[in-house]
Design a binder for this molecule. Structure first.
Ligand SMILES: [Zn+2]
Length: 181
């Protein structure tokens, strides 16, 4: 190995065989008496190791070409976004809940303005209080007692009930009789 006699003839033979692409084992066998490691050590010392034809790395250009080929094989990125926003806008319809609310409001009957009777006794009934009899009889009769409408003996709600009822005079007669008594 280290004691191998590298004379000029053997060194030149090594250079030649190395440049021809022979492996270290082949060179060592042809030189005779030299081990593979001795050949490799001499190659290193002679700075011949760059040859390495069998294990040469791939040229960079080839690798770049391969990479470009892979990039081309990929499907191109979509440049236009899906029309999600437009689809949602097209699907938009009138809100059914809001429509139902409007209809219920329109169909709702007008509230009857009928206040809860104050159940005022005749003696406490003012001249402008509603005289609609609510409960009781005769002297124990209790009346609505809410402020009466102008030109009427009743509040708004009871005036509406009294119109066309045909009993207004009868109802008016009761308190007047009681007042007389
Ligand atoms: Zn009333």
């Amino acid at each position: 190995m280290s004691d191998f006699d590298w004379n000029d003839e053997r060194i030149s033979a090594l250079r030649k065989m190395w440049s021809e692409g022979l492996s270290a084992t082949q060179i060592a066998a042809r030189l005779g008496g030299a081990s593979r490691n001795a050949v490799l050590g001499k190659v290193h010392r002679l700075r011949l190791q760059d040859r390495a034809p069998g294990c040469a790395p791939k040229p960079k250009t080839e690798r770049i070409a391969t990479r470009k080929k892979l990039q081309l094989a990929r499907p191109p990125k979509p440049t236009v976004k899906p029309l999600v926003g437009q689809a949602q806008f097209a699907r938009k319809k009138p809100d059914p809940v809001k429509v139902a609310e409007v209809k219920s409001i329109e169909l709702r009957p007008a509230p009857i303005d009928m206040p809860k009777p104050l159940l005022t006794a005749l003696i406490d009934l003012g001249r402008t209080d509603c005289r609609w009899p609510v409960e009781g009889e005769k002297s124990h009769m209790l009346f609505c007692g809410h402020p009466a409408q102008p030109e009427s003996s009743y509040c708004a709600g009871h005036h509406r009930l009294s119109v066309g009822a045909g009993t207004r005079s009868e109802r008016l007669a009761i308190p007047s009789k009681l007042m007389v008594a």
